[in-house]
Design a binder for this molecule. Structure first.
Ligand SMILES: Cc1cc2nc3c(=O)[nH]c(=O)nc-3n(C[C@H](O)[C@H](O)[C@H](O)COP(=O)(O)OP(=O)(O)OC[C@H]3O[C@@H](n4cnc5c(N)ncnc54)[C@H](O)[C@@H]3O)c2cc1C
Length: 429
C-alpha cells in the first residue's frame, strides 16, 4: 500500500455523517499520512442516525448522545474534525473549498459525503408549527419533546422513517394515523407480502393506516399560522394531529457538486470507483448515484452503503484499490415487534417465494428475477438474514423451485453452499 505524506496531500471530506467519518477513519487505518480534514455543518460530535427514529423517540428517559465515535477519537488519530463548518462552494480549478466563515481550504482529494435532506410536504398548511421532518439529532429532539405532550400524531408517508416513528409514538400511547398516497406501505422497498404483513402489524399496534390517501390540507388552531391540529386526506378522512411527521423521502444534497459543474442526476454521479466527473473529487453515501454491476445507476440510503463506499474511496485514495465498487447492499428497520432485514435489491416485478411463518415465528421472502435469487427480506429471522448475505455473496443460490419446496431452510442451504465451495473438485460427500 502506498503511503502519502506530502504536505500538499490534503484530503478534505465534506459531511461528517456515517460516510464521511468512515472515509477519514479508513484513510488513517490505511496509513495515510497527509492531513485529513473532516468538515461537518452540524454542531458537536458526529452521531448515529438509525436510533433517531427508534430508541430516541420511544425511550422514557432522555437518551444520551449517540456519538459515532468517542470524544478523543479524531484527535487521537490526527483527524482534523471541524463541526459547524458549512461548505458553501468548490473551486475545481484552484482545488479549494469555501466555507461559510469565509475560509478557503485547499485539497488534493475531495470527498463529498453530504447525505440527503427530507423532502418538504407541499400542501396547504404544511408550514404550520408542529409539522416536522425527521433526519437530524435536532429533529429527533424536537419530535421527542413534542411527543411528551402530544395525544395525536399524523405521519405522512409509509416509508421506513414514517413507520418507525409511528411504532415509537404508539409505544408512548399516542394515537397515530399514517397517510400513504401509494397503494401499500414500503412499496419501493419490499414485496407485497412483506408490505401487507407490516401494515397488519401496525394496525395491530393500534395505528390507523390509510393507503391510497395522501393529505390535501393541514388545518390549524387560530389563523393561517396557528399550530397544526388536523390533517384532511384526499378521500375526505380527517385525523386530529398535535404533530405531523413528514416522511415522504429525501433529496440528495448534491448542490455543491452541481454548483461546480460536476455531473448530477438526483445525486452526484460517480463511476465504478466512486469518482465524480472530476478525478480529484469522489462522492459516497446517500448523496452518490453509482453504477451497479447490472447497469443502472443506483442511489442507496443505508448505513451499510455509506460505510462500504467510504472504505472503498479511502482505498482508492491510498492507491490500494483498482477494483470496481461491488458490495451486496443490506439494510434493517425496527418497527415495534418487527425487525425487518433486507439483503440485496429487488424491484416490484421480481417474483416472491415465502419461507417460514408469517403468522408467527418470523419468515423470509426470497425474491427472484427469472430463476436467480437477488434479494431476501427477513422478518424476525436474523439467522435467515445472515444466511442470505452469505448466499447472495456467492454463486450457489437456490432456485425458486428449491425455495418453494416444503422444509426449505435458507440457513441449511447456505451451509451446504459454503461446504461445496470448500470441497476440492471431484470429491464426493
Ligand atoms: C431517522 C433515520 C433512521 C434511519 N434508520 C436506518 C436504519 O435503521 N438502517 C439503515 O441502514 N439506515 C438507516 N437510516 C439511513 C442512514 O442513516 C443513512 O443512509 C446514512 O446516515 C447516510 O450516511 P451519509 O454519511 O451518506 O449521510 P448523513 O448521515 O446524512 O451525513 C451527511 C452529513 O453531511 C452534512 N453536510 C451536508 N452538506 C454539507 C455542507 N455543505 N457542509 C458541511 N456539511 C454538510 C450533513 O449535515 C450531515 O451531517 C436512517 C436515517 C434516518 C434519518
Amino acid at each position: 500500500m502506498s503511503r502519502v505524506s506530502r504536505a500538499d496531500a490534503v484530503v478534505v471530506v465534506v459531511g461528517a455523517g456515517h460516510a464521511g467519518v468512515q472515509v477519514a477513519d479508513s484513510l488513517c487505518e490505511g496509513g495515510y499520512h497527509g492531513p485529513v480534514l473532516l468538515l461537518g455543518d452540524e454542531p458537536g460530535l458526529p452521531y448515529q442516525r438509525p436510533p433517531l427514529s427508534k430508541d430516541v423517540l420511544s425511550a422514557r428517559d432522555e437518551p444520551g448522545l449517540l456519538p459515532l465515535r468517542g470524544e478523543r477519537h479524531f484527535a487521537d488519530r490526527g483527524i482534523d474534525y471541524r463541526p459547524d463548518a458549512v461548505v458553501t462552494g468548490i473551486d475545481r480549478a484552484r482545488r479549494t473549498v469555501l466555507l461559510a466563515s469565509g475560509q478557503e481550504i485547499g485539497y488534493a482529494s475531495l470527498v463529498l459525503a453530504t447525505g440527503a435532506a427530507p423532502r418538504p410536504l407541499q400542501v396547504e398548511g404544511s408550514e404550520r408549527a408542529g409539522v416536522l421532518p425527521l433526519r437530524s439529532l435536532a429533529d429527533a429532539r424536537a419530535l421527542r419533546a413534542a411527543l411528551q405532550s402530544a395525544r395525536t400524531a399524523v405521519v405522512v408517508g409509509a416509508g421506513f422513517i414514517g413507520l418507525e416513528f409511528a411504532a415509537a409514538a404508539r409505544k408512548r400511547g399516542v394515537d397515530v394515523a399514517v397517510f400513504e398516497s401509494g397503494d401499500r406501505v414500503l412499496a419501493r422497498a419490499v414485496s407485497v407480502g412483506t408490505s401487507l404483513h407490516i401494515m397488519q402489524v401496525h394496525r395491530a399496534m393500534g395505528t390507523t393506516v390509510l393507503v391510497g390517501e395522501g393529505p390535501v390540507r393541514l388545518e390549524g388552531a387560530g389563523g393561517a399560522d396557528g399550530a397544526v391540529r388536523a390533517v384532511v386526506g384526499s378521500r375526505g378522512s380527517r385525523h386530529p394531529a398535535d404533530l405531523v411527521v413528514v416522511g415522504i423521502g429525501v433529496r440528495p444534497r448534491d448542490d455543491l457538486a452541481r454548483g461546480c459543474g460536476l455531473a448530477v442526476d438526483d445525486g452526484v454521479v460517480v463511476d465504478e470507483h466512486l469518482r465524480t466527473t472530476d478525478p480529484a473529487i469522489f462522492a459516497v453515501g446517500d448523496c452518490a448515484r453509482f453504477p451497479s454491476p447490472a447497469g443502472p445507476l443506483h442511489r442507496l440510503e443505508s448505513v451499510q452503503n455509506a460505510t462500504a463506499q467510504a472504505r472503498h474511496v479511502a482505498r482508492v485514495i491510498l492507491g490500494a484499490g483498482t477494483a470496481a465498487y461491488v458490495e451486496l447492499p443490506w439494510f434493517w428497520s425496527v418497527q415495534g415487534p418487527v425487525t425487518l432485514q433486507i439483503a440485496g435489491l429487488a424491484v416490484a416485478d421480481d417474483e416472491s417465494v415465502t419461507s417460514g411463518y408469517p403468522d408467527g415465528g418470523g419468515f423470509s421472502v426470497l425474491r427472484f428475477r427469472g430463476d436467480r435469487l437477488i434479494a431476501v427480506e427477513s422478518v424476525n429471522r436474523p439467522a435467515d438474514h445472515a444466511a442470505a448475505r452469505r448466499v447472495l455473496a456467492g454463486t450457489e443460490r437456490p432456485t425458486a423451485a428449491q425455495a418453494a419446496a416444503p422444509g426449505f431452510c435458507l440457513k441449511e442451504h447456505a451451509g451446504r453452499a459454503v461446504a461445496a465451495v470448500r470441497r476440492p473438485h471431484g470429491l464426493a460427500g
